[in-house]
Design a protein around this ligand. Structure first.
Ligand code: URA
Length: 434
């Protein structure tokens, strides 16, 4: 087999066989096929697309390029959840304890954040002492004992995807639907869960800006999951405004805890209830949606979900006291108000800009090597649909550096649109695809 022939076949609109896909994925991972040939192939795929069979073959080849996690040591059905990422997306922090309190095993591999969206691991490290660097043995034992464990992605999880994604990133070939779907699903399949619930975000703060693209991606990922023998459901959800009111690591942890205490923002609670319902159904812990919602509401009201979070934090070296007293979480030295210069209604908040404000304050990574400040971020007092008077506080910036706060404040003010009419509410849950 020759890489040249594969490139030409795809360039001319042909379909690659499973063997050909295995050949280039294993050859590239082993360093035997050079970047320039794989770049050319990625560009040919970008323009010609891939069939359903090719997409599945690519996903499986990437998943099998490293260790396929064996979760058979965990009792019961293992359910994973994945979000395509968004601003203020702290969902796993509340959702994992909620579903674990309903008896489901949550064995999750998470990542760190890069750019304007944060990663679950960074957020969890707001608990003093918390670590995701645990052995596979501890991971399995904790899931059996507590119901939740979260570990960092190992270097050997789908290494072919890691290499290909880095190459796509610098060759303008990231935004191709089949390549995105196979990239995400290769990691999910390798992580070993029996059932996968996908939260596919759409809107100005999401990777998929239009509903149409988000639905296509969701459908493609669901099809891959099912073809690979895993129960897979996707929920397409709104990311045209930040989720909840808190953006920034420790601030988001606090909001997730407040939600487990029954005092969280309505949109965030509803997202957790919807995704939790799909997880309980996919994992066979509930027979129908109404029953699943009741179970989740019970886990919140009884305090069982909050207790699960505390036990999980403690089992991974963190201070469980911070779950009950959030003043123990990292706190910034300044809370700087951002004040409205107009009266009317908030009609829109440029979501990505809010993420960038958190980045400016030091809450995100500009490069992989950046050290992040867990204490900084924003609390949005006003969200789309809220009335606002001139001089009222739109948001508070939690900062440690007055200069950065001034820069972020100016940018945040520019992200708010205020108009005379109350805007139409955009639904949080757009579509459920199974
Ligand atoms: N996220 C991934 O993991 N892969 C992609 O290709 C795009 C987003």
């Amino acid at each position: 087999m020759r890489m040249y022939d594969l490139i030409m076949k795809k360039r001319n609109g042909g379909a690659l066989t499973g063997q050909e896909i295995d050949y280039f994925v294993s050859g590239y991972t082993a360093g035997e096929i050079p970047d320039y040939q794989v770049s050319a192939l990625m560009m040919a795929i970008y323009f010609r697309g891939m069939s359903q069979e090719e997409t599945l073959a690519l996903t499986l080849a990437m998943a099998r390029s490293g260790q396929m996690l064996d979760l058979s040591g965990i009792r019961g059905v293992k359910v994973d959840k994945h979000s395509t990422g968004g601003v203020g997306d702290k969902t796993s922090l509340a959702l994992a304890p909620m579903v674990a309190a309903c008896g489901l095993a949550v064995a999750k591999m998470s990542g760190r954040g890069l750019g304007h969206t944060g990663g679950t691991i960074d957020k969890l490290e707001s608990f003093p002492g918390f670590t995701t660097e645990i052995s596979l043995e501890t991971f399995l034992e904790n899931v059996n004992r507590i119901g939740i464990a979260i570990m960092g992605q190992t270097a050997d999880l789908a290494p072919a995807d890691k290499k290909l994604y880095a190459l796509r990133d610098v060759t303008a070939t990231v935004d191709q639907m089949s390549l995105i779907a196979s990239s995400i699903m290769s990691k999910k399949l390798a992580a070993g869960a029996d059932a996968i619930v996908l939260d596919v975000k759409t809107g100005s703060g999401a990777f998929m800006k239009t509903l149409e693209d988000a639905v296509s991606l969701a459908r493609e990922m669901v099809r891959i999951g099912k073809d690979a023998g895993r129960r897979t459901v996707a929920v397409v959800t709104d990311m045209d405004q930040p989720l909840g009111r808190a953006v920034g690591n420790a601030l988001e942890v606090k909001e997730a805890i407040e939600t487990l205490k029954g005092r969280g923002p309505e949109d965030f609670r509803e997202l957790c209830m919807t995704l939790g319902t799909q997880m309980l159904l996919a994992g066979g812990a509930a027979r129908e949606a109404g029953q699943a919602r009741e179970m989740l509401a019970g886990a919140l009201e009884s305090g069982r979900a909050l207790e699960k979070l505390a036990r999980f934090v403690e089992a991974q070296g963190g201070d469980p006291g911070a779950v009950y007293d959030t003043d123990l979480l990292p706190r910034a030295s300044l809370a700087v108000p951002v004040v409205s210069g107009e009266s009317g209604y908030v009609t829109h908040i440029a979501c990505e800009e809010v993420g960038i404000c958190s980045l400016i304050l030091g809450g995100g990574r500009e490069t992989k090597e950046s050290v992040i400040d867990l204490s900084v971020g924003l609390i949005l007092n006003k969200k789309p649909g809220d009335p606002v008077e001139r001089g009222e506080v739109l948001a508070y910036l939690h900062a440690n550096d007055p200069g950065k706060a001034a820069e972020a404040g100016e940018r945040l003010l520019g992200a708010y649109r205020i108009g005379p009419k109350m805007p139409q509410k955009s639904p949080l849950i757009k579509e459920i695809i199974d």
